[in-house]
Design a protein around this ligand. Structure first.
Ligand code: ADP
Length: 553
């Protein structure tokens, strides 16, 4: 090469001296942004070195830093050999940067590597730039007066066109990717596009304008686009969870502080100040390390917590499945049990009514006992069936507008003989005025009240059971009171839960399942009503109150 190469050019030194402020700007635009790019690129790469995207990003960071480094030399050197070498390399690195960015966008959006033929054509198309780099086509001469190189127009336009083509292809990929992406991926594509496009556009426009207008001050502003890209990329990577931003931000903060304070070391002359700042840097490093460790530990704990939560969710799902299986089994088993019980009840009634001929009193007594046991069993099966229907959400209600009086009358008839046999007084107190009409599933409400009366008779040794009804302020209340064993205050809050029976009940040796009140509560709630229990304590009787709303006309 026969450039007019000279070392220690006066003109360059003078230009640098005269533009001291601008030189500062150059430093500040090149050094921190390159460090940022290397930090982000390096971090991602070392976290996941096998991932293609991490590798391309590392390539972008390296190419960018190299470009910035050569640019610094081109600006700050007074040796035309270095200036020319650095400057001549920039076109090639510029094209390489665009190539890598396109590659990055392609892999990011398609999640696939470029096909071989595509790679080959891209390599062939960048080949002229590489081959022509060390020739006169790239830089034609060096001007001593302005301390600048003159750029070859063909070479310049070739690689800028090449860059434009790559940029437009990347843009097309982004638009297509966005169009066909799911909602969640759209946000990611948008973030990447904003980041990388702001870098490519600013780098392209300022670089091209600088070359064409021969105003190279412009070019340095393009570098700030890289900072943009890195910030967006960091955010994206957090979304992808490749690494955690909290850790990165601590590292970044500490590095920035160390760099900031450490850079002072180059500007001071006093040994005392030097020592102080050096100590500050060491202190910062130690503090930063401790901070990073604590964040790392917390992140580890978080990860562990997330893992455990995941395991718990799986276990929970399995439990729910088992619960459904149980409900299903209960339902099938109860159905199978109900049919023979109903048949037995029918035949027993016929036998007792002498429909198959006269039977002796002795046999009748035995059959009566069988009848009672059969009824109890049928009731238990019905309760189990109800529970399985409730748990599976398959209870069917048929509401109709009706009054409560007939139901209560029916229940009075059904229970009075039994109460008398036990020596208990069963009283029904009806209001003088007719009750308002309610929206009721008569079968279910009858079952609820019937269970309450049955309980009161079961859990009362002597005294009375009173059923009364009152209507007030848009509600009708059915009260079932007794003078029986009462309920301990500790049991009261859980009384309406499945399989809850008090200790006293078990001592009494009265049969029961602890399901009646649970079913009753569900049925009453389906009517928009409430059910509650009151008792002054053990041995002091109990009172159950069903409250049903009167529908507004
Ligand atoms: P079961 O009577 O079949 O055990 P329930 O669900 O109807 O089931 O009642 C649950 C429990 O509530 C009973 O076991 C008993 O301990 C208590 N209980 C219900 N009614 C009364 C009452 N009138 N007096 C005292 N305890 C009662």
């Amino acid at each position: 090469m026969d450039y007019n190469l000279v070392t220690h050019l006066e003109s360059c030194a003078t230009i640098i001296k005269e533009n001291a402020d601008f030189v500062h700007l150059i430093n500040y635009s090149h050094v921190p942004i390159s460090i940022l790019a290397l930090l982000v690129g390096g971090y991602v790469y070392f976290k996941n070195p096998r991932d293609l995207l991490s590798r391309i990003l590392m390539g972008i960071s390296l190419a960018f830093s190299l470009w910035s480094f050569f640019d610094l030399i081109a600006w700050l050197s007074t040796d035309s050999r270095y200036i020319m070498f650095a400057w001549s390399m920039q076109g090639m690195i510029n094209a390489l940067l665009f190539l890598l960015c396109f590659y990055f966008v392609h892999v990011f959006i398609t999640k696939r590597d470029l096909p071989s033929w595509y790679k080959l054509s891209l390599t062939l198309s960048i080949l002229p730039v590489i081959i022509l780099t060390p020739t006169h086509f790239n830089l034609t001469e060096f001007s001593v007066a302005s301390c600048e190189a003159t750029e070859g127009q063909y070479f310049l336009h070739y690689y800028y066109l090449y860059n434009l083509f790559l940029f437009l292809s990347a843009l097309l990929l982004q638009i297509r990717g966005y169009w066909f992406a799911s909602k969640a991926s759209r946000a990611q594509i948008l973030l990447l596009s904003i980041g990388i496009d702001s870098f490519l556009v600013s780098f392209f426009v300022t670089g091209y304008l600088a070359s064409v207008l021969e105003n190279f001050n412009l070019a340095i502003y393009g570098l700030f686009g890289m900072a943009f890209f890195m910030v967006f990329l960091s955010y994206l990577i957090v979304q992808y969870r490749t690494f955690n931003i909290r850790l990165l931000s601590v590292h970044a903060l500490v590095t920035a502080l160390v760099l900031l304070v450490g850079s002072e070391l180059f500007f001071i002359t006093s040994p005392v100040q030097f020592t102080l700042i050096a100590l500050t840097v060491i202190f910062l490093l130690i503090l930063g390390r401790a901070l990073a460790r604590s964040v790392e530990k917390e992140l580890e704990r978080n990860e562990e917590l997330q893992r455990l939560t995941g395991e718990l969710a799986v276990a929970n799902q399995e439990l729910r499945r088992l619960d459904t299986v149980k409900t299903e089994f209960l339902s099938i088993a109860s159905h199978q049990l109900r049919t023979p019980l109903t048949a037995m009840k029918g035949y027993l009634s016929l036998l007792l009514e002498d429909s198959y001929g006269k039977i002796s009193e002795e046999v009748k007594e035995i059959l009566n006992k069988v009848f009672v046991v059969n009824t109890r069993l049928a009731r238990l099966v019905e309760e189990l069936l109800n529970v399985s229907r409730i748990d599976a959400g398959r209870v069917q209600y048929s509401f109709e507008k009706t009054r409560l009086e007939p139901v209560l009358k029916e229940l009075e008839d059904a229970f009075s003989v039994g109460a008398q046999e036990r020596g208990l007084k069963l009283a029904f107190r009806m209001p003088e005025r007719p009750l308002p009409q309610l929206s009721l599933d008569i079968v279910k409400i009858r079952e609820v009240i019937s269970n309450l009366i049955d309980n009161s008779l079961k859990y009362t040794k002597q005294g009375s059971v009173t059923v009364s009804v009152r209507s007030d302020a848009g509600f009708v209340e059915v009260l079932v009171e007794d003078t029986g064993i009462g309920i301990a205050p500790t049991v009261l809050p859980n009384l309406f839960e499945k399989f809850v029976r008090s200790k006293e009940t078990s001592k009494l040796e009265v049969s029961g399942t602890g399901l009646g009140l649970y079913v009753g509560k569900k049925f009453v709630e389906a009517h928009g009503g409430t059910i509650r229990a009151e008792s002054a304590g053990l041995g002091k009787g109990s009172r159950f109150i069903i409250r049903l709303p009167v529908p507004v006309r």
